[in-house]
Design a binder for this molecule. Structure first.
Ligand code: SD4
Length: 325
């Protein structure tokens, strides 16, 4: 049982944002008290943030901003882990997962969606036009078609050729760290009026099993926003994030007083403590609290995230568990 003394010590450290890890370092919050702000995962977050910024800088709504932002990699075939041009499953089908959440706690999600270029916009419509949170597969596709989305071919000739090569090599699916498994975009934004929204969208693990759905469309796993506290988004091996409800955990840790960086670190720690071969995997979290402080943490060095405010346009490296050992 936790003693009253250690509770007071732990919580006052946490409230001060001074979290000491087992390595004895502290993750300090990065201060940014000016709105608007938008942060997103990986370097394709830079152009995505620009699109979001067009809306945020004019005083627009963060929900419109995150939707417009993540549509950029969704529509870009050079980004091979999101939307159009994404890596297919083991049968050559591109299946997409996405979700969106606003400051009021409303949420919408689509999973295993095929033939639709912008799953994030379908997820938003699920949130706004249905009594449900999540639509999947055929139902999600039919809902999208009824709402005017075009049926499109998402497998590009380049990705088809790569898939054929992969199949010939009779490689097995692996959710361990490798290029195929990176680069879901997760985005968090606060607008001029202090409203926070988030979006997350991906083509999932490359060459995954048919029917596989990852963490990205699951509220509390790939994305979570609580307008009163803050938000978090995840990238990496979705199975590990799902089993720990990673972004919900990050937001709860922030609710209990942790800084965004420290909360992300703690959520990574929950994973590495449980999985003996964690070194094979990558998980990256980003988090933003209601005051505009942001942070991140990951398992492997190499995860970066893009930040945009009035004063900066940055790509920042996340602190990594393995680097700190
Ligand atoms: C998934 N989390 O489907 C996604 C993949 C990913 O960066 O994030 N890539 O498990």
């Amino acid at each position: 049982m936790i003693s009253r003394r250690s509770f007071i010590t732990t919580s006052s450290l946490a409230i001060a944002g001074i979290g000491l890890s087992k390595h004895g370092f502290s993750s300090n919050p990065i201060q940014n008290n000016k709105f608007p702000i938008v942060i997103s995962t990986w370097n394709h977050g830079l152009p995505a943030n620009e699109a979001a910024w067009k809306i945020l800088s004019k005083g627009g709504y963060s929900l419109d901003a995150v939707e417009a932002g993540v549509r950029v990699p969704e529509g870009d075939p050079k980004v091979i882990t999101v939307g159009y041009g994404g890596i297919p499953d083991s049968e050559g089908k591109v299946t997409l997962d996405a979700c969106i959440m606003d400051e009021k706690g409303r949420a919408g999600s689509v999973t295993y969606l095929q033939h639709i270029k912008h799953p994030i916009s379908v997820a938003r419509l699920v949130m706004e036009k249905t009594p449900h949170v999540m639509l999947s597969g055929k139902g999600a596709f039919e809902f999208a078609r009824k709402n005017g989305f075009k049926k499109e071919k998402l497998l590009t000739p380049e990705r088809k050729a790569a898939w054929k090569k992969w199949k010939k090599g009779k490689k097995k699916f692996s959710n361990e760290i490798n290029i195929e498994n990176h680069d879901t975009i997760g985005m968090l934004a606060i607008d001029k009026d202090g409203r926070m929204s988030g979006a997350c969208t991906t083509s999932g693990m490359g060459y995954k099993m048919p029917g596989r759905v990852g963490d990205s469309p699951i509220i509390g796993a790939g994305l979570f926003v609580d307008g009163e506290i803050g938000g978090a988004a995840a990238t990496g091996s979705g199975e590990l994030v799902m089993k720990t409800l990673g972004t919900f955990l990050v937001v709860e840790l922030m609710r209990n007083g942790m800084s965004p960086s420290r909360a992300c670190e703690e959520a990574v720690k929950r994973i590495v403590k449980k999985i003996p071969d964690y070194e094979k995997y990558q998980i990256g979290y980003i988090a933003l609290n209601k005051s505009g402080e942001y942070g991140s943490f990951c398992i492997q060095p190499g995860f970066n995230f893009a930040v945009k405010t009035e004063d900066k346009t940055d790509l920042e490296d996340a602190e990594a568990w393995l680097k700190k050992l």
